[in-house]
Design a protein around this ligand. Structure first.
Ligand code: BJ8
Length: 385
């Protein structure tokens, strides 16, 4: 873990220096907030994509001076970071890529565009349909043109194929790590697992992938020896819901401090990011773009409808990770994840799996209350065993 702890300690230092060097060498940096931003296309144009800061409370008051207060904290956090210029990733970005996922983000991107050039991808809200996929294909083509314009580099078949390989390798490494967490006992804490998933959006892709694989080699050994961070009979929990951007570690730290073992995050900072790979069925540029289309259309985000794929994913993960319960995590005023919680709860009930719903923001004011609720949830799980 030393490497990842070092990266997070230097997340506003050495990594920013690296980005500055890339930019002075003429390369472009593209910032994003959503796993719908197609990294493969950005890298094929020789740009670097980074996740932007959106997980801290201290930038929220600046945002609330402009935006309505009853808005998701993730949106207020990122807008505040740009206003107060405290996210160095924002400051290092030549372009921000937004997407029409939820209404709050979509409208705030218009305001963000006043502060930094912001390109918005239109995402089909029924991505599983043929017309949804055809629409998304056109958006991918337009994004490709935008990246070529930004960088001055043509995206060739060869470049796109290489970029797909680069990002597929990152997703494979994260999936390998996730699969190791399914072992009992889990060889790594949920908090460390989350931290690595968060860093995946900021670090250099090749270096990060190599380091995750090195860590997995070590964890393989631990698994063979039966070593874990929590005791063998600690309750195994899945976190499912809104993404947790750096430095949002609230629920993980609380739950693990009272003895739970968080083994999987059904989240965009988690399984939704790395479960599927881009798998081209041919060699042409169009084949590669279609493969990107297919992969991204499978992301089960609650902004889309219907979203049965997410229910299926939660069911599959609950079995694979042998979880004792699910903490359903939503950010305040996130209607999509809040409402979808109804269907998730029904599906879990059918499996006789308990669910605890936590709706929160980035402040620490409700930490004690969350702790008490998680403790009570663990007692329920204990009684069921
Ligand atoms: S693909 S989950 S990263 S949109 S929490 S801002 S939805 S009100 S972040 Fe997301 Fe892409 Fe979907 Fe994933 Fe809106 Fe909800 Fe806030 Fe959200």
């Amino acid at each position: 873990m030393d490497y990842f702890d070092f990266v997070v300690s230097e997340v506003h230092g050495l990594r920013i220096e690296e980005l500055a060097k890339l930019r002075s060498a003429g390369k472009k940096v593209v910032g994003a907030f959503c796993i719908y931003a197609p990294e493969e296309i950005a890298y094929a144009a020789d740009a670097t994509m980074v996740g932007l800061c959106a997980g801290a409370d201290f930038s929220v008051p600046n945002a609330e001076a402009v935006l309505p207060r009853n808005l998701c904290p993730l949106i207020k956090s990122f807008y505040g970071f740009k206003i107060n210029r405290t996210c160095p990733y924002f400051q290092s970005s030549d372009l921000v890529v937004g997407e029409t996922t939820c209404d709050g983000k979509k409208k705030v991107y218009e305001l963000l565009n006043e502060l930094v050039p912001t390109y918005v991808l239109e995402v089909p809200h029924k991505p599983d349909t043929a017309q949804g996929k055809a629409f998304w294909f056109k958006e991918l083509e337009a994004f490709k043109t935008e990246m070529e314009k930004l960088t001055g580099n043509e995206i060739t078949t060869k470049k796109l194929k290489e970029a797909i390989g680069l990002i597929n390798n990152k997703r494979r490494a994260l999936k390998r790590l996730s699969d190791l967490r399914a072992k009992s006992p889990s060889p790594i804490s949920g908090l460390d697992g989350l931290l690595i998933d968060q860093i995946s959006f900021m670090d250099d892709v090749k270096r990060f992938t190599a380091k995750v694989n090195e860590l997995c080699d070590e964890l393989d050994q631990r698994v063979r020896k039966g070593e874990g961070v929590a005791s063998k009979d600690a309750s195994r929990l899945m976190i499912s819901g809104c993404p947790m951007a750096v430095p949002n570690w609230k629920v993980h730290s609380i739950a693990e401090s009272v003895g739970a073992s968080i083994v999987v995050e059904e989240s965009c900072v988690g399984t939704r990011y790395f479960t599927d790979l881009v798998e081209p069925k041919g060699e042409s540029l169009n084949d590669l773009l279609w493969a990107i289309d297919e992969k991204y259309s499978k992301i089960p985000c609650a902004c889309f409808t219907p979203n049965q794929r997410r229910i299926e994913s939660i069911t599959q993960l609950s079995k694979q990770f042998n979880v004792d319960g699910v903490v359903y995590y939503t950010l305040q005023n996130c209607h999509d994840y809040n409402v979808e919680g109804v269907k998730v709860e029904r599906a879990l009930k059918a499996q006789d799996l308990p669910m605890l719903k936590i709706e929160t923001d980035y402040t620490m004011g409700d930490s004690e209350q969350i702790k008490t609720r998680i403790q009570a949830f663990l007692e329920i799980i204990e009684e069921k065993r």
